[in-house]
Design a protein around this ligand. Structure first.
Ligand code: XMP
Length: 509
């Protein structure tokens, strides 16, 4: 495995993704990680990430300098390299101006990190400081017009440094450089596959829970569905999933989930119809944050009541993913941590005296999908687009009523049906309909209508932090609009949302 020490770079998760794409397991740890703990992990290599600090800043992050004496190969990237050079007796110079953007890299020797790579090749730079003097035993291995030492190494001690970012796509040979480090220098094997992960994890779950009962809040999203199937494979009926129908789901959602998971997969699921308990306190509520609060509170109440009915349960399972683990363990709680917190409406009670089972806590989202496929989760669950915890409540602008829910469900179902039929579902991050609190005049046959307006939203995105509106073909939009106005009672106008995030958000509320 490869250990990545996180000095706070916005790219640190990308480094981990690249390593795993090469089928090598890796973990991200803060610079404060104890040297004994590092030794215990027995990494085959260590990568020191970049970071926003300058090595000269008073509180710039530092790792234990012993990592350079463990005999484990180390690759320092940007700040990581500067930390290494400074620690080992070299000199880092402060820059007058930052270098940010593309730079052509010239390679001194096409060996080791640059095995098979000849310059000049395009790289991506983002740094202020740079190397002035190398420590004894180091030599330069690459340079650019602006940066005299763009890469360096100490072969004897197996230490390497890069000023550019090999993990970003703009660096053309970045993956090859990382692979040279992982395979040629560290000697890692391609052993990280979802097949091996699945069998190891199923075994570990069985060991952890020792035949005791486990409860899982199932939403039907890919994370909770994969968690359910994994645990089911480990302990069968000792797992009880609780699926709360809050009355804010899409058309036939609960029914489809039942068919997929309880049928041939035989997962133990308790379906709780709590529609009234959610819709009652939502009456008259129009403020989006208030809607979220009401839904979050009722969810907790219902879940706790249901969980209490399962006697002797000792464990609570959750589909927590690695990005959330990294963020919560990170020494650098970034802005994304704050943005996400308000989304955790479906979060679970903290004071339930249950131990946690989190089998996905080392996986990224795309790995979860691969895992789901590997263990036999039906394809439509594997590829399901994200759906917010508060559901249709934040897609009905204004007051939520049973009638408006019905209209929105029908509109949404037509849109998704056409998106799927035309092969767009997997290409989009999310696609859905929104019901507006406005009416407009229309004409149907010979008579005038005065009905609701529905908006369609389809976006592409990698992580929901930014998103672009999808350029769906006009023909498809025309077909969707036609079908909605003809098939759904109560809608006479359809509009398409062409705002990106930022400054818009994906949801309308
Ligand atoms: P926005 O609208 O902020 O959404 O661009 C980003 C992503 O988060 C989802 N989302 C939520 N998920 N509870 C959730 O579980 C929420 O309250 C919530 N609000 C937004 C949204 O669907 C998108 O994927």
């Amino acid at each position: 495995m490869i250990l990545i020490i996180d000095f706070g770079s916005q790219y640190n998760q990308l480094i981990a993704r690249r390593v795993r794409e090469s089928k090598v397991y890796c973990q991200i740890a803060p610079p404060s990680m104890d040297i004994e703990a590092i030794k215990e992990l027995k990494p085959d290599g260590i990568i020191l990430s970049g970071g926003p600090s300058s090595i000269y800043e008073k509180n710039s992050p530092k790792a234990d300098s012993e990592i350079f004496n463990l005999g484990i190969p180390v690759l320092g990237i940007c700040y990581g390299m500067q930390f290494m050079i400074d620690t080992l007796g070299g000199k880092v110079k402060r820059a007058d101006k930052r270098e940010y953007g593309f730079a052509l890299l010239n390679v001194d020797k096409s060996k080791w990190l640059f095995d098979g790579i000849e310059g000049p090749t395009q790289t991506w730079m983002s740094h202020g400081d740079s190397i002035d003097t190398l420590p004894p035993g180091f030599s330069r291995t690459a340079f650019t017009d602006n940066t005299e030492v763009a890469a360096c190494q100490n072969r004897k001690k197996n230490l390497y440094g890069l000023q550019f970012h090999p993990e970003v796509e703009h660096t053309k040979k970045g993956k090859a450089v990382l692979n040279n480090f992982i395979f040629t220098i560290c000697g890692c094997k391609k052993a990280w596959t979802m097949k091996s992960f699945a069998s190891k994890t199923i075994w570990e779950i069985a060991e952890q829970v020792e035949g005791k009962k486990v409860i899982l809040g199932l939403s039907g999203g890919v994370d909770s569905s994969v968690t359910a199937l994994l645990i089911h494979k480990a302990i069968g009926k000792k797992l009880t999933c609780i699926f709360v129908d809050n009355g804010l789901l899409r058309k036939d959602e609960g029914k489809q989930l039942k068919e997929r998971l309880t049928g041939s997969l035989d997962i133990n699921i308790k379906f709780v119809n709590a529609t009234k308990r959610f819709l009652e306190p939502l009456k008259g509520v129009t403020d989006p944050e208030k809607k979220r609060k009401v839904i979050g509170k009722v969810f907790m109440d219902v879940f706790e009541e249901e969980a209490a009915k399962i006697k002797d349960a000792e464990f609570l399972a959750q589909g927590t993913l690695y990005p959330d683990v990294i963020e919560s363990e990170s020494a650098f709680g970034g802005p994304s941590a704050i943005i996400k917190s308000h989304h955790n409406v479906g979060g679970l009670p903290k004071d339930m005296k249950l131990k946690l089972v989190e089998p996905l806590r080392y996986l990224f989202k795309d790995e979860v999908r691969l895992l789901g496929k590997e263990i036999g989760l039906p394809a439509d669950l594997v590829w399901r687009q994200p759906f917010p915890g508060p559901g249709l409540a934040i897609r009905i602008i204004g007051e939520i009523t049973a009638k408006r829910l019905k209209i929105l469900r029908e509109v949404d179902a037509v849109f998704i049906d056409e998106i799927k039929k035309n092969g767009y579902y997997k290409k989009l991050w999310q696609s859905f309909a929104v019901l507006l609190p406005l009416k407009s005049v229309g004409i149907m046959g010979d008579s005038r209508t005065y009905e609701n307006i529905a908006a369609l939203r389809a976006v592409t995105s990698k992580d929901a932090m930014t998103a672009d509106w999808a350029r769906l073909p006009h023909k498809l939009l025309a077909q969707v609009s036609n079908r909605i106005i003809n098939e759904v009672d109560g809608v006479n106008r359809v509009v398409y949302d062409i705002s990106s995030k930022p400054p818009g958000t994906i949801e309308w509320e």
